[in-house]
Design a protein around this ligand. Structure first.
Ligand code: ZN
Length: 353
């Protein structure tokens, strides 16, 4: 394909700028992960102008992330935290506390590696916290790897308790990684029904908690060095979930903060296990360590490495990858890959190895 000099210069400039963007993003110091149990993508399409749409406009996002089957809680939270499919990590049910299938590999704590344990191994002193309303979460996070984990009990009577706990924790500890998992709107979905006025009212309430948690990072002085992820385990239909409808399977994924594009819709496919890699990618040192030591490679055979290089890249902390003319892969965090893929669809990317 013949290109004009102008186009070539434009692409060259664009490509040269990408590593700088990535570097900035990867130097992010803090990550806050907020999970809303039972939050289906349909809710953002069936309503407009809600508080959660405000975050959508500030995010790189997709409404097309798909939960793994069954579209239930534990299996999907485990898949997010562990970055692997249920057949690999072994947690397969709504309330799994131990894997029903033996995990393909285990870490020194005897549990499948997760974003929590990988960060702990990379940074023994890092402050890592997980706060939650559903007791079932603690079986999925490798509690020996976190600095602090706590249950906000009785959230029907004290709906703001988890938010308050998160605010206090962030202010006191300025954690490297904070995971805050609300058990709503799932609870309202089961009692009042999905896609109902009560469900939307609960989402509006949850949006105020998201705002408060973000404000807590500001008060703690870490906001500008923080990346936020807001997502969900599954949606729901009528008063349930676990099935195979898109209303149960489509879940939002929003990522915003330092270095992340605003109001940018990802076009790639995204599965539940794709939620974990960006957590790793945004910690530069972690990504570096990951790339250097390649712990996952130890568990993969030469044959796997040879025939499934894409899997290998995923395991190494890349959510998506594309290849240059020599076949060498480049790995980028999700928000930047649309740009690359748009270009690579037309032109070959040349990158000095
Ligand atoms: Zn759930």
């Amino acid at each position: 394909m013949k290109r004009s000099i102008t186009t070539t210069l434009f692409l060259t400039t664009l490509l040269l700028s990408i590593p700088l963007v990535c570097t900035r993003a990867q130097q992010c110091e803090h990550l806050v992960f907020i999970g809303l149990d039972g939050w289906g993508s349909y809710s953002l399409e069936h309503s407009s102008g809600t508080a959660l749409h405000t975050w959508l406009r500030q995010s790189t996002y997709t409404l097309e992330k798909r939960s793994v089957l069954p579209s239930s809680s534990a299996v999907n939270w485990a898949t997010m935290f562990m970055g692997a499919s249920p057949e690999i990590h072994g947690y397969t049910e709504w309330g799994s506390q131990t894997p029903e299938i033996p995990s393909r590999e285990i870490n020194r704590h005897g549990i499948f590696p997760s974003v929590f344990s990988i960060l702990r191994e990379a940074e023994p002193e890092a402050e890592i916290g997980c706060l939650y309303e559903w007791d079932g979460i603690k079986y999925l996070i490798d509690t020996l790897s976190v600095s602090y984990h706590a249950l906000a009990a009785d959230y029907t009577r004290h709906p703001a308790r988890l938010c308050e706990m998160a605010e206090q924790y962030i202010l006191a500890k300025k954690p490297r990684l904070t995971a805050v998992i609300f058990d709503n709107p799932d609870h309202i979905g089961h009692t009042e029904g999905h896609d109902t006025p009560a469900y939307y009212a609960k989402l509006e309430e949850l949006a105020t908690y998201v705002d408060r948690i973000v404000e807590a990072t500001r008060a703690a002085g870490i906001h500008d060095e923080t990346i936020f992820i807001l997502t969900s385990d599954h949606g729901g239909i009528e008063k349930g979930h676990g099935g195979k409808t898109l209303q149960e399977l489509r879940t939002p994924f929003l990522i915003w903060g330092k270095g992340v594009k605003a109001s940018y819709q990802l076009s790639e496919n995204m599965a539940q296990y794709d939620v974990a890699p960006p957590w790793r990618s945004y910690w530069g040192s972690l990504l570096h360590r990951y790339g250097q030591e390649k712990p996952w490679q130890n568990s993969s055979s030469e044959t796997e490495r040879k025939y499934f290089p894409e899997n290998q890249e995923r395991k190494m902390g890349c959510i998506y990858s594309c290849r240059n003319a020599k076949g060498a892969a480049i790995c980028l965090p999700a928000p930047f890959t649309d740009l690359i893929q748009e270009i690579s669809g037309v032109y070959q990317i040349t990158i000095k190895n």
